[in-house]
Design a protein around this ligand. Sequence first.
Ligand code: ATP
Ligand code: MG
Length: 373
Amino acid sequence: MNLGRVAEKLGITKERLQNLHDAVVKQSSWPEPRLLRFEKATSGIEAGTVVFENGEIIYGYPKIRRAMMLGPAVEKHFSGVVAVEEKMNGHNVRISSVDGDVVALTRGGFICPYSTEVAQRLLPEEIFEEHPDLVLCGEMVGPENPYVPKSIYPTDTIDFYLFDLSRKNCKSTLGVHKTHRFAEDHGIRATALLGEFNKDKAPEKIKQIVKRLGRQGREGVVIKDPDNLAAPLKYTSSETNCNDLSVAFRYYNDYALDFFLSRAIREGFQSVEWKESDDERRARALRLGESILLPMVDTIQRKQAGENIAQKVQIRVKSLQTAREFEYHLRRSGMRAIFDQPEPDDDGYLVRITKLVMSTNDKTQALLEGETW
Ligand code: ATP
Ligand code: MG
């Protein structure tokens, strides 16, 4: 790889790129194609940015900031009309074709072998033949998403929903309308566009939308400037905040403290902004409290009964090689998981995976035996 040329394209000096090497920029030689991966954001380059061996760059998907107080945040952040899209709960992928092969990158800039197989299965090949420079940004969701399994979407395995388009070597994205038009033209799914509202009416509309999504167990919304002039904001339902908390408390020692705190705080701001009645506030308190206590009690009781604390997920693959590669991919991402023998299935294999949550497992055992906190 010609570092001088790569640095020039990234808009930094060759010396800077060399200095970043190892600390921030990591090399990955598996699976093919080889690439450089920005592990952290630096010099205006998003985390997850990838430079392939052929010199092509795919920039990281930008962080989306969160509104805590919906009304004031929308007022402060946007200028005229806002577009409201459903925020789907799965994992972020950037899909593109590199030297003729379709690959799916995770948020952090790894090629995920499972997501890649899914992308190759779901996306018409012509997309990348017609547009070799295109990067499809979207969410993979469903019960057979091994990172974030969710049964709330209309699929019994895993599906892909487009929410943005970008181009290789280009930091910007094409925006809401081009994205939805593209999805329609190519017969692929896109995250639902739930409406466009004048910003003075938007907070009340979004509140109604988020409440409805919450009742369906869905995550929330991403609020976008239809002309892509301001960065998007995200806002989520109480049900999803609580659901995240219940997963995190089930595996309480394997999550960072901020994960718990930030979700609890969201509930406080939402309750105040929506001027809840005493009854509504009590219902929220019950939901929040249950999402903390019940999964935690379940974990402690399971451990008490001698069970191992683990999370079961599953994937469906066309080739055994994808399963093996995904196993290796999880391991290199620092996750410990046990893969069962693949079970032959209609048109491939079902693979059951047990993700070990060692820290919660060991901590709970120790505390049960009288260890102090
Ligand atoms: P962030 O992406 O803001 O750094 P995060 O990684 O914790 O935070 P989330 O809190 O899930 O992720 O919020 C942002 C993510 O939401 C995006 O990276 C994307 O994967 C996902 N997403 C789901 N639906 C949409 C949508 N309609 N538009 C944009 N992003 C969406
Ligand atoms: Mg998410």
